[in-house]
Write a protein that binds this ligand. Sequence first.
Ligand code: ADP
Ligand code: F6P
Length: 457
Amino acid sequence: MPGTSSFLIVANRLPVDRVGEDMWRRSPGGLVTAIAPVLQRREGAWIGWHGAPDERLDPFEHDGMHLIPVPLSEQEVELYYEGFSNATLWPLYHDVVATPVYSRALWDAYRLVNERFARAAAEAAAPDAVVWVQDYQLQLVPAMLRRLRPDVRIGFFLHIPFPPGELFQQLPWRRELLEGLLGADLVGFQRPGGAANFIRLCRKTLGLQYQKHEIYVEDRVVRAEAFPISVDFGELDVLVREPHIVARAQEIRRDLGNPEHVLLGVDRLDYTKGIGQRLKAFGELLADGSIKPGEAVFVQIATPSRERVEEYIRLRDSIELQVGRINGEQGELGQQPVQYLHQSYDRDELAALYLAADVMVVTPLRDGMNLVAKEYISCRHDLRGALVLSEFAGAAEELKQAFMVNPYDVDGLKRTMLTAMRATPHDLSRRMRSLRRRVATYDVDRWAQDFLAALEA
Ligand code: ADP
Ligand code: F6P
């Protein structure tokens, strides 16, 4: 029996966070902001895990959205989420900056959980519904869903990079994953390079014919194209002009001792983000006297993330050791050059931090897009502030006027951080104006519209 939802989002997580027994709050973040209005307009539903293991919940309504929770057992969280998703696929798709774990037990759990999501979607979808599957945790869902419901239109968007063939071929289950994705009518990537990698792999691994963006799969055509995701420029642009945010930004600078330069990093605590590299560069600038004591403060906000996965445990230890060393060697009584906070913050506090920062340092070793870079730009209507951006972030393809760096090159990183700190107001405003034009035009709403228009064409 088909369901009643004509538009479905299928994602690893539901777009809400629990704030009490039966109380939920809409999760922050661009994806939810972009998709929630579409969902509300189209009487859609969102299928996803609600975040707690070993708990079954009935579907519920929140904020005009119909939410369908998918249960995960404690063991599935360990094998499917922490395991195959975040210890196998995550490092493999990010240039193997950590060593991926290849384990049949993890794969089995991934397949099983993907099947559960596909079944939930098949049950909820109305005849001829549009189903939009999100991200690397659910790459088998498109083909599984197509088998159950050949009538529905299926889109898939990968939020992280899609790796080159030389890396992807390591995966013992490479055929299954490609076939899983090919169940979609449209497969979206962050960058054209990701789409090209995917198309070449379909040719090489599965022997499929293709032309430009179209892959021929039996009697169907699958399109593979880039749709770079973005942020809600308008919302941030308004928020950051509010008096309480402006006052808070001033207060932050005061609390930091009103240094000449405030440098800022905002990331999930993830080994792909290049946090260690940027701290090393900053520490060396202090040690070699390029930055005078008290002249600059580096604020590093690191959201706790995937805290039971081994590589993340190791990373935390190493970053905290590094921060301690820099502050121990370069700090003074009452004055610490690195302010490290292992915490999550709400939108207002993040906006105030962006406004308070002279230099935003975004140095991932590999990143699908990096929304933090686009959020910073959205907040700088004053046309001040410098963005130091890794050439290995998807955002680098669009944000050409940033101060570009190779995060593996410590000397280059030091030079670029200094250049950004010493840039003239004229240079900064010229760059920021161009960056803002790009993000204002290609915001997250445009991203969702472009993807859905291509899917439904
Ligand atoms: P990723 O998807 O890999 O985490 P992005 O930079 O693309 O990286 O997106 C991160 C999102 O998480 C951004 O919207 C950012 O504002 C948010 N975020 C990052 N750090 C924090 C934090 N400490 N508190 C709250 N939100 C955060
Ligand atoms: O952008 C990649 C991503 O894994 C998203 O799929 C996810 O929403 C976000 O990062 C946070 O990751 P997690 O759900 O593992 O906390």
